[in-house]
Design a protein around this ligand. Sequence first.
Ligand code: XMP
Length: 316
Amino acid sequence: MEIKNLNPKKFVSAKEEEISAIVGTDLAINALSGGVDSSTVTMLGHNALGERLKTYFIDTGLMREGEAEQVVSLFADLGIKVEVVDAQRQFFGALSGLTDPEEKREAITQTFYRDVFGKLVQDIGAKFLLHGTILTDVDETVAGIKRQHNILTQLGIDPEREFGYKIIEPLVQLRKDGVREVAKALGLPASQYNRPPFPGPALAARVIGEVTPERVAIVRKATVIAEAELIDSGAFQCMAILHEDRVTGMRDGKRDYGLQIELRSWESKDARIATPTRLSYDVLERLSERITTEVPGVVSVTYNITKKPPSTMEVV
Ligand code: XMP
C-alpha cells in the first residue's frame, strides 16, 4: 500500500526503529549499487544497526564505467565501509546462451539471491537482507509486465526457505519521488538523491539478445557518451541500448555490417508512465557522431520516440 502525504523525517525514524526491532542482535547484509533506493536503504540500515549491517557492492560485470570506485569512495566520505564482491564470472556464466528477456531477468535474480547473497550470509552468519524494493517494482512484476530483479515474496518465493535469509524491505510503500525525499532527509548529497534511476539488472537490461562481456563493453561505452551528453537535460533517465540485429553500413568506402545503438531519454515522475525527452537535433546529431566514431563497430544510432505505455523504459 502506497504511503500518501509522506513525512520524510517521521518515515526515517519509524523505519529505523522497525529495522532495529526486527534484526535485534543479529547481523544483516545489504547490497549497494549506488542508486537512490539502495543508498537510502544503506543509510537507514546503518543508522539502525551500525556495525551489525555489512554493505557490499556486487560487481556483476554489468555495471557502468567506474561505478564501483565511485560508490565506495562516496560512502567512505559518509563513514560507511563498502566491500566490493567480484561476481562477474557467476553472472556471465548464468547469462551465457540466454536471449529471452524474462529468462535473462530470472538468471540475474537467481545469481544475486541464491548464489551471491546466499553465500555471503553463510560466510558472515547474517540472518537478514535489507532490500531497496519500491512499489513500482512490485506493481510491474505482479501485473506480469516485467519481472523486476528484486521481487521475491510477492511472487510466492520464500527467501528464508530458498536462500537461507529473511528479507526486510523498508521502501516498499514508496515510489521513486518518495524515496528521493527520504534520501534527502537522511542527509545524502543532492548528487545522490537526484541521481537518475539505474535498474538492478544494470546494463543487461540494455542488451537485446545474449549478454556477453564483449557486448556489455559496447553498451557501456555508448552509455558513457549518452550520459555525458544528456546529463544536464534534466531527464528522469537516459540510456543506450545495443540491438541484436546488425545493419549494413559503410566505413572508409567499404561495406560494414555493423551494430545498432538505440538511445532513450525519459521524462517521468515515478516511472509508471513516461514520455521521450524532446531533444534538439543538435544534441541528437552530436550523440550520433560521437557514438559512431567512439564505439567500435556501431554504424547506426536511433532515438526512441515512443511513450510508456506501450513502451517500457528499459528494453529488456
Ligand atoms: P520499466 O523498464 O519497467 O522501468 O518501464 C521502470 C523503472 O524501473 C527501472 N527498472 C528496474 N529497477 N530492478 C530495478 O531495481 C529491475 O529489475 C528493473 N527493471 C527496470 C527502470 O530503470 C526504470 O527506472
